[in-house]
Design a binder for this molecule. Structure first.
Ligand SMILES: [Zn+2]
Length: 173
């Protein structure tokens, strides 16, 4: 999984209340490609100390993830200081894996703030079942928002995975 960085330039930001929002999704034969908007004050997970610890407590399988981000500090260090939509990419893949998707699917989080506006990212996920990837992205947004700003009860991962398993069964049935 790689992240491509391009220099940020001053762009007007959109007003929004949520930390992450999926603006649109394109499904190609090989990948689900989401345009994800990240709030200006939550562009990186480092705004939220303990992000990786919380992420691993909820989703221990994240430890097994690899990331071709050029990060020397491994996935845990990466999760603690990376683009928030890149964390979403990994959380979505973990949810997919827990519901039966292969662990060798590839993803990519990319952005060009100069072209698309500050906070606009593209998160691409390969999939085995497209509806499972879509569901994982949608649930992943809620989970990552909680990881950034934990308030109230932690997300119910078991319920999310049950839902994705049901989606998988229905899609393959
Ligand atoms: Zn990655």
């Amino acid at each position: 999984m790689e992240a491509v960085r391009t220099p940020a330039t001053a762009q007007p930001t959109r007003a929004r209340t949520r930390l992450l929002r999926i603006e649109s999704v394109t499904v190609t034969p090989h990948a689900v490609i989401a345009r994800v908007l990240s709030a200006p004050d939550a562009l990186r997970t480092s705004v939220s100390p303990g992000f990786a610890e919380r992420a691993l407590a909820l989703l221990p399988g994240l430890k097994r993830h690899r990331c071709d981000n050029g990060s020397a500090h491994g996935i845990v260090g990466e999760l603690d200081d990376t683009e928030t939509p890149h964390a979403l990419e990994h959380v979505a893949f973990e949810l997919m894996a827990l519901s039966g998707s292969p662990r060798n699917l590839k993803g990519r989080t990319a952005w060009d703030f100069a072209r698309d506006g500050r906070g606009a990212f593209e998160v691409a996920l390969e999939y085995d079942v497209d509806l499972v990837a879509l569901g994982a992205l949608k649930a992943g947004v809620v989970i990552v928002e909680w990881l950034v700003a934990p308030a109230g009860q932690a997300p119910d991962i078991e319920a999310v995975v049950e839902g994705l398993c049901a989606t998988r069964s229905a899609a393959l049935g």
